[in-house]
Ligand binder design. Structure first.
Ligand code: FES
Length: 214
């Protein structure tokens, strides 16, 4: 994790979680410039501008630490957008934990692998591109467009990894399978091997393909 210090806000960057969605360099090039070293300059914009663009980072690789004490609120209700040919884009009060219940991530934004190829499972590391993973889904990483209806104390959405199997979800969420209207869901088992015929849900195919993941 790298930290770039600024007058109105510090910016943290976790390169492991960055899959080059490029929302930052498109949204605020004065601050985020991949051709400059260092590539992040928090002095290039106000804390409000930085926070607004950082919130668009769909993987949670970027975070802003405002000097005025303002903090990013988890959007509610939680949303899961099934990425076209890509990961599950999750927003909300998100907790990702391993089979023992140990936390892997606690964040407002995460990208979860659903192709089965990430080296950082259950988080996406962009491996779906090299794997040429294809599956229908949303074109947008945030089809709910940051909808915040209950910003105070939203319910947590927890993902629990099953060894060699799916992600078990606890909590309520809006599921965007495509760019049309989302469905309301509660709980479920989401495929992370890439082989289900009922994506994004698990249909047991992980056994047939001998999926291996902790
Ligand atoms: S994890 Fe893919 S079918 Fe179960």
């Amino acid at each position: 994790m790298k930290k770039y210090e600024g007058g109105s806000a510090d910016i943290t960057f976790d390169s492991v979680r960055c899959i080059h969605a490029r929302e930052c360099v498109r949204g605020l090039p004065a601050v985020f410039d991949a051709d400059r070293r260092p590539w992040v300059d928090p002095e290039g914009a106000s804390a409000d501008e930085i926070a607004a663009v950082v919130r668009r980072c769909p993987t949670g690789a970027l975070h802003a630490i405002r000097k005025d004490g303002g903090a990013e609120e988890a959007p509610g209700p939680a949303t899961i957008a099934v990425g076209e040919d890509g990961p599950l884009w999750v927003r909300g009060a998100v907790v990702v934990e391993n089979n023992d219940g140990a936390p892997i991530a606690r964040d407002t934004r995460v990208a979860l692998c659903r192709c089965g190829q990430s080296r950082h499972k259950p988080l996406c590391d962009g491996a779906h591109t090299d794997a040429e993973f294809t599956a229908p889904g949303c074109g947008s990483t945030d089809p709910g467009n940051g909808a915040v209806e209950t910003p105070s104390d939203p319910e947590e959405l927890t993902f629990h990894t099953v060894p060699d199997g799916p992600l078990l979800v606890s909590g309520e969420y809006r599921l965007h399978r495509d760019d049309e209207k989302p469905s309301h869901e509660e709980g479920g088992a989401l495929c992370r091997c890439g082989s289900s015929r009922n994506k994004p849900f698990c249909d047991g195919s992980h056994k047939r393909v001998e999926f291996r993941a902790e």
